[in-house]
Design a protein around this ligand. Structure first.
Ligand SMILES: C[S@@+](CC[C@H](N)C(=O)[O-])C[C@H]1O[C@@H](n2cnc3c(N)ncnc32)[C@H](O)[C@@H]1O
Length: 451
């Protein structure tokens, strides 16, 4: 996604309409059920900035913001993402269970008989159980598909064309699986332990700095969450009374968060089976097959309050493209980054963007590891049209660079240990991070280095 492209977490957003929770809330009332879909799809639109200016004013929708005016690669990317959610059901049945049934039939009879035996029952228990689990996950994937058509203003004529699914790549399919799994982290009760490690320190720092403000002043504290994923941290911040904007550049994440935030109808509406896609490293079959209920809270209920005060929004687009321009300069009191800064090609551009969009004295709160996403991926960078010029720094070095660019380090500590979508107690593989937690403030008017 190369352009600064704002989307509202909601539905039926008119050109020129502010991308705020209030707009979302109002829009949602217009969308009652799928029967209205055809009508809605006609006038659904999504803001799209054609100016290529950085940091366009939030909600400044282009007059001609329909899909027809978007760049072709943007459309293609959206359609292939949409297609991958649409195809989840058949692909999962084909890859997870059908293939194994065929393999089972080709095994020698004595092996089949052992696998049929008590305590294993691979076909009856595992494969049939997996089919049921796939159906449950597919229900979520298809809800995401349906509601994305609405929110993202997809041209239904494009979907009527036979070839529209041809563009779906293996990477798109992988992303659907990882995105569904991510609901476990952000929106299940079981994911609370992971969230406590990385979101709670952010919430506590906000509380320490702004918690004593009266509600109306708290609402004026503008918090930006770049790389917001499925939106839970931004949501929690808004629910705590602040104004929060999540920013994401992945359509998979945006489409999924749009559904969970705006269209789920009740708490624990779905059963998600996050771990069915991998057969590796499970001590017990139950570990692979366990389901979790999502969402653990019904987002619309607490968000209704945030909606009244325009305190919650999601913005689609690349972080640097979206927030390094003059329109967003000094716009935020806090930037909260969790598991994000290591997605930078060049950490300088992230740090400079954080600095720029913070107000003087504004606070940058960070928790995360440094698993540099682009390390050894020069070829991918070239494909994405980026110049490979990043440096994979250590945490100490990132802090030093930040200080040189105009941040004052207020606090730094080794964060708690935690997993990122860990597969549970009965997983034989645990990938445990010990992220860095730090708080820095923006020192205005740094003249040592020119930006
Ligand atoms: C490791 S995930 C972390 C998500 C979330 N913060 C969490 O803790 O679960 C990093 C997120 O950053 C997003 N991302 C990566 N590069 C980005 C960019 N340049 N602009 C906006 N979002 C970006 C990815 O799509 C992904 O959702």
């Amino acid at each position: 996604m190369s352009e600064n492209f704002h989307c509202v977490m909601g539905a039926h957003i008119e050109p020129g309409e502010e991308i705020t929770a209030a707009a979302i809330s109002a829009a949602k009332h217009e969308l009652s059920d799928d029967a209205d879909l055809v009508k809605e799809m006609g006038d659904m639109s999504i803001g799209h900035d054609h100016s290529h200016d950085h940091g366009d004013e939030e909600g400044s929708f282009c007059e001609e913001s329909s899909l027809g005016n978007m760049e072709k690669d943007e459309q293609d990317s959206m359609l292939s993402t949409l297609g991958s959610f649409y195809l989840y059901r058949r692909r999962a049945h084909s890859h997870l269970t059908h293939r194994r049934r065929v393999a089972f039939c080709n095994m020698p009879l004595y092996q089949q008989s052992i696998l049929h035996g008590e305590g294993i029952e691979f076909v009856y228990k595992t494969l049939n159980g997996l089919d049921i689990a796939i159906e449950s996950n597919a229900e979520i994937a298809e809800k995401i598909f349906h509601h994305s058509i609405e929110t993202f203003g997809i041209d239904t004529l494009a979907l009527a064309e036979k070839e529209w699914l041809d563009s779906v790549t293996t990477e798109d399919h992988d992303k659907v699986r990882s995105t569904l799994k991510q609901f476990y982290r952000d929106w299940s009760a079981e994911g609370a332990a992971e969230r406590a490690v990385c979101y709670t320190p952010v919430m506590e720092e906000l509380e320490r700095r702004f918690g004593s403000l009266a509600a109306k002043d708290k609402a004026k504290v503008q918090v930006l969450v770049p790389g917001a994923g499925l939106g839970r941290l931004a949501f929690d911040i808004a629910v705590a009374g602040y104004s929060a904007q999540g920013n994401e550049n992945s359509y998979h994440q945006l489409m999924a968060s749009n559904y969970i935030l705006n269209y789920t109808t009740k708490k624990e509406q779905h059963t998600l089976y996050p771990f069915i896609n991998s057969f590796s490293n499970h001590r017990t079959r139950e570990n692979q097959m366990r389901g979790v209920k999502i969402p653990d809270v019904h987002p619309s209920t607490p968000l209704a309050d945030a909606a009244h005060g325009d305190r919650f929004s999601m913005a689609a687009g690349d972080f640097v493209d979206s927030y390094s321009g003059t329109e967003t300069a000094g716009a935020f009191n806090v930037v909260a980054t969790v598991f994000f800064i290591d997605t930078a090609v060049n950490i300088f551009s992230y740090l400079e963007t954080i600095w720029k969009c913070l107000c003087d004295g504004g606070v940058w709160i960070n928790y995360g590891p440094l698993l540099w996403h682009w390390e050894n991926r020069e070829a991918d960078l070239k494909l994405a049209g980026e110049d490979a010029q990043g440096m994979e720094l250590t945490a100490d070095e990132v802090v030093k660079v930040a200080e040189a660019l105009g941040f004052k380090l207020e606090h730094r500590e080794k964060g708690q240990k935690g997993e990122y979508i860990g597969a549970g107690e009965d997983s034989m593989l645990k990938w445990v991070y010990e992220g860095e937690f730090w708080v820095m403030t923006k020192v205005p008017k740094v003249t040592k280095y020119t930006r």
